[in-house]
Design a binder for this molecule. Structure first.
Ligand SMILES: Nc1ncnc2c1ncn2[C@@H]1O[C@H](COP(=O)(O)OP(=O)(O)OP(=O)(O)O)[C@@H](O)[C@H]1O
Ligand SMILES: [Mg+2]
Length: 464
């Protein structure tokens, strides 16, 4: 389902407090992916993605927006840390690997979609094969299930005696067994199934990950085609056999070449790369020549990818012209203007995230689906302890958070984690002994537990 910008913002609102400007801008960018694809071919090629750069202090929700967006974007999406990349030729990940990873995500997505499409058919086929195993078709009939290579009478102590029944009777027995199978009545029985060997594949996976992939070389497929498909007979329960056969049937029904083609198409037209920590590769910051040169090198390597080029992946060449890039960085030590100008130019949309205050912290503690208050309540509930926070307690925590951020270092909402952990340390420690109790935290309790820490500047620096 393609969400409208309003729906996207509403979704983000359930996890992230404030930062409305950033939410709107990413929502529009996301929707624009869809709009572009509705255009006629001539115009579609002209519309370049409006890449975004999000700037804001640490701990205000930049990465959180990316994480939530990735779940909403019905598109291949990856989040990468720019600081992880190194220039080509240095040890580390080269920048093009982000596109390879994105393509991999797309392949996974499309394969899953196709799997869902063929699931019913695969189940049907698996059921038929299972039925053949339990009740081998009589050799006289021979025909329709010819794909069973083994001798039908080999070692299967099926429920039906191996007498040649009349076709009618056989069909009836088959029907009875089929019903039993469907109802799961035979799930516990043991059977021998012949399935494709799994081991050899993962072996090849190890091979192909050792760097050959970097060359866009599909080693695994090549080997896979060279090596004969090995079959393996395993004794398992009917339930497990059904699962194995179903898996195999799914693989049989999916045309991997079509999947790859669709995946590349989707990567090129709908792909989104979230480049986090982009400030970490911006120039001048440090001053020393060494790391700076390499950082600028990373920017130069990223540039063609953002600008539009073709990256070789093991699934084939991928053009990056229409991939959307969203970058984010705190830019404490540097500013966007420290990025090389060409790269700046490729991020036409700038959005500043606001630093957070007590009122925001109050809402962050309460409102998001995964808020800290809800998390701690849930965790203690597993110990049979009911934890409550009064409103003024939450307000007091938020106040403390702002205060500590002002007096020491502003680490945004991350501060809430340390404060909550300190506040609830004793309760967390003793919870197993307090099963059945109901604990209420009020403002006085917050004050009592935290004020001591706050008084001592040095202490609060290290603890909170
Ligand atoms: N606006 C917000 N609403 C709800 N939770 C938030 C908000 N901002 C931050 N948080 C919480 O604070 C934590 C840190 O936020 P996040 O990782 O997004 O910081 P960031 O902006 O990426 O900082 P950095 O520049 O250090 O990477 C997360 O656990 C997140 O849930
Ligand atoms: Mg971050």
């Amino acid at each position: 389902m393609i969400l409208t910008p309003k729906q996207i913002v509403a979704e983000l609102d359930t996890y992230i407090i404030g930062q409305d400007d950033a939410k709107r801008k990413v929502a529009i960018a996301l929707r624009n992916r869809w709009r572009r694809q509705q255009l006629g071919e001539d115009l579609r090629d002209e519309v370049a993605p409006k890449n975004i750069i999000m700037i804001g202090p640490t701990g205000v929700g930049k990465t959180e927006i990316a994480r939530r967006l990735s779940k909403l974007a019905d598109a291949p999406f990856i989040k990468v840390e720019a600081s992880k990349f190194t220039e080509v030729g240095y040890v580390g990940r080269d920048c093009e690997s982000m596109i390879r990873e994105l393509t991999e995500v797309a392949v996974g997505m499309i394969r899953e979609e196709k799997e869902r499409e063929v699931q019913a058919k695969a189940r049907e086929n698996a059921e038929a094969r299972l039925l053949d195993i339990l009740l081998p078709p009589s050799p006289r009939q021979g025909g329709p299930r010819g794909y069973r290579p083994g001798d039908p009478e080999a070692g299967d102590e099926g429920p039906a005696p191996q007498v040649v029944e009349s076709p009618d009777a056989e069909a009836r027995t088959r029907e009875i067994i089929r019903k039993k199978l469907e109802r799961g009545e035979l799930d516990e029985r043991e059977v021998d199934v012949e399935v494709r060997e799994q081991g050899s594949q993962s072996m090849m996976q190890v091979f192909s990950n050792t760097g050959l992939e970097e060359m866009g070389f599909n080693f695994q497929d090549m080997l896979g085609k060279l090596m004969p498909q090995r079959k393996q007979t395993r004794r398992t329960t009917v339930a497990e056999a059904r699962r194995l056969l179903e898996q195999e049937e799914v693989q049989n029904l999916i045309d991997m070449e079509a999947v790859t083609r669709a995946a590349i198409e989707r990567t090129e037209n709908a792909g989104i790369v979230f480049l986090d920590e982009i400030d970490k590769i911006s120039g001048r910051g440090g001053g020393q020549a060494g790391p700076d040169v390499s950082r600028e090198g990373v920017q130069r390597d990223i540039l063609p990818i953002v600008e539009g080029s073709t990256v070789t992946t093991k699934h084939g060449p991928v053009r990056t012209d229409h991939i959307l890039f969203i970058a984010a960085g705190a830019f404490h030590m540097s500013s966007v203007s420290d990025l090389i100008p060409e790269l700046q130019g490729r991020f036409p949309i700038r959005v500043e995230l606001e630093s957070l205050g007590a009122a925001d912290f109050h809402r962050i503690l309460r409102e998001p689906k995964n808020s800290l208050v809800k998390q701690y309540k849930g965790m203690l509930e597993t110990e049979g302890v009911a934890l409550h926070f009064t409103d003024d307690a939450v307000e007091a925590i938020a106040g403390f958070c702002e205060k500590v951020n002002n007096e020491t270092e502003n680490i945004g909402a991350r501060r809430l984690h340390t404060i909550m952990e300190n506040l609830l340390e004793d309760i967390s420690f003793e919870a197993p002994d307090r099963r059945g109790e109901e604990l209420t935290i009020d403002a006085a309790e917050v004050e009592r537990r935290l004020s001591g820490l706050l008084e001592d500047q040095e202490l609060s620096k290290y603890i909170l």
